[in-house]
Ligand binder design. Structure first.
Ligand code: GDP
Length: 216
């Protein structure tokens, strides 16, 4: 995947009027996860630029940062296309699961309420707008806050795609076990990534490209 450009479009207070959600027809991919799970690092790895801020203000920001990314597919593919990456506020940093998941609920509810009012949603195409990746630390599958977040997002919006982060920290056998556990807990295979080794980044781009084209 060739990244032609990646830029921060807006830092939107998702609880605000219209949620600050962009209203054109580009597919949107939202990224959720506990603070420190590796979300900024993953976004930077996907965009191949240090646009997302890593852990400095962990858990502090209540804003969604929205990036527009333009890419050029492999030869033989439709070519140049653009998408939005929505960096949702991290939840659960040094706090109880209950409270932090409530925070995420508010953020996701505002995000989807706004998205549903958009032109694309009226035309019935909001399936393409509503992909959420839920990032979980591969070393800790099944944390209550993550399970709650997964459940809640699935109930209120779309079933999130689970992405297991920091797999470089696990041995080969631990990786396999973590992925088995995650599939058992979330009823669907998880994608495994490491921003340190680069493992899984191309796979994640393939999922994004296929979803953006409506193939998944
Ligand atoms: P965020 O709070 O979810 O945005 O998390 P960050 O991207 O800021 O990452 C939190 C910490 O985990 C930082 O110290 C990163 O360097 C580290 N980290 C992120 N991704 C990886 C990874 O794939 N492997 C390893 N070993 N560390 C990572």
């Amino acid at each position: 995947m060739k990244i032609l450009s990646a830029e921060l479009v807006t830092s939107a207070s998702v609880g605000g009027p219209r949620g600050g959600v962009l209203r054109d027809d580009l597919p949107q991919f939202a990224f959720a996860g506990r603070s420190n799970v590796g979300k900024s690092s993953l976004l930077n790895a996907l965009m191949r630029q240090k646009l997302a801020r890593t852990s400095a203000a962990a858990g502090k920001t209540r804003q969604a940062n929205i990036y527009r990314v333009t890419v050029d597919d492999a030869p033989g593919r439709p070519g140049r296309w653009s998408t939005y990456f929505v960096d949702l506020p991290g939840y659960g940093y040094a706090r109880g699961g209950e409270e932090s998941v409530k925070e995420l609920e508010q953020v996701v509810a505002a995000y989807f309420a706004a998205a549903h009012g958009s032109n694309a949603a009226r035309d019935g195409h909001d399936r393409r707008r509503g992909t959420i990746f839920l990032l979980v630390d591969s070393r800790h599958p099944g944390l209550p806050a993550d399970v709650q977040a997964h459940h809640w997002i699935g109930e209120s919006a779309v079933t999130p795609i689970v992405v297991a982060t920091k797999i470089d920290k696990l041995s080969r056998s631990e990786r396999a076990k973590s992925l088995r556990d995650l599939e058992r807990i979330y009823h669907r295979p998880a994608l495994a990534v490491s921003t340190l080794s680069g493992d899984g980044i191309d796979d994640l781009w393939r999922v994004i490209a296929a979803t953006a084209r409506g193939e998944e």
